[in-house]
Design a binder for this molecule. Sequence first.
Ligand SMILES: NC(=O)c1ccc[n+]([C@@H]2O[C@H](COP(=O)([O-])OP(=O)(O)OC[C@H]3O[C@@H](n4cnc5c(N)ncnc54)[C@H](O)[C@@H]3O)[C@@H](O)[C@H]2O)c1
Ligand SMILES: [Zn+2]
Length: 366
Amino acid sequence: MKKITVKTKSVEYPVLVERGALAQVGKIVAKMLPSKKSRCFVITVAPVWTLWGETFKKALTTAKVDFTVLEMTDGERAKSFASIEHLTERMAAKGADRNSVVIAFGGGVVGDLAGFLASVYMRGVPVVQVPTTLLAQVDAAIGGKTGANLRAGKNLVGTFHQPLAVISDPELLTTLPDREFRAGLFEVIKSGVIRDRKLFEVTESERKSLLARDQEILERVIYDCARIKAEVVAADEKESDLRRILNFGHTIGHALEADTGYRHFLHGEAVAWGMAAAAMIGTAVRKTSPELAQRIVSCVLAYSPLPEVNSRAEDIVRRIRGDKKAVDGKVHFVLATSVGRVAIYNRVPDDVVAHAVQELHYLSRN
Ligand SMILES: NC(=O)c1ccc[n+]([C@@H]2O[C@H](COP(=O)([O-])OP(=O)(O)OC[C@H]3O[C@@H](n4cnc5c(N)ncnc54)[C@H](O)[C@@H]3O)[C@@H](O)[C@H]2O)c1
Ligand SMILES: [Zn+2]
């Protein structure tokens, strides 16, 4: 099994990537349980459990792991304190104790919420992440960030709680809806742009195989993205300088998502437009060559269709100014300096941002 070790100041844990890994989950988890009497609480959602529950159950049963399945409501709206309360009450009623282990079996929503509840249940029990979306396998499940949404905004509450292990099986992605799958590919492109020239070139040259979900190539890119995230997280567990590079395309991406009430774009789609905008901004402030900007924009557009951009440029500028990641009133833009290298730049004039958003209007209609 392909294995990456994430090393943080406090802990070390493996990220395992392999086709068919789901069938090994029981064996892997069994070795990690804090005690022989440990019980597992599997947090999942109906779409995942219906498709993959049998394989999952068999894997745990064969390895003689005691488990209880707790389904939560599917969707971003369920990433709430209400779900945490409901799930932890059910855990307590079923006798979950300090030696229990939470297994998050789903996309980023399940991973964030199950990670959060594991970090607070009895002041913290371990969590194993078994991500089932491309976004979760390449990004959300690694790094220990957990969270829930408030009415006032997304991910406004959360904890850092590193998992015991992350187990990623590319076969799970064969049942992912097309739009969700493509949205995840934009995070793959992002990983290439920020840190790995070869990975970016694979997204350029292997578009057909990637879109066809060719298992061999998927396994490879998931592994590469996991390695990149692990490197960044290891260097910088609590989000400051290095971790910021993961936000390439996210400054404008987040603003586009918020401006459309989180209903118009999937996260990865907003990031796709954000990366195109960052490429153009980079050119305007002379950090990104026109050739590189063109390559990034072309690569993003090759994975279309993408929802149209209709937000007003001035609304996006205003939202970026209010971005929670703005420190000292300065907005940090991650800009590409060459393929696989980025720099943080905090002096982008508002009119340059506005102009890039207008370009997105044009690009998204052609
Ligand atoms: N913690 C982090 O570092 C981090 C990073 C990025 C994103 N996130 C969070 O991740 C969340 C988004 O995650 P997501 O994009 O995975 O969305 P998601 O968890 O909502 O999953 C998307 C949809 O796909 C379905 N699904 C999942 N796996 C499937 C499968 N194998 N086959 C068929 N259907 C399947 C789900 O039921 C859901 O309807 C957001 O809440 C975001 O804030 C967290
Ligand atoms: Zn993202």
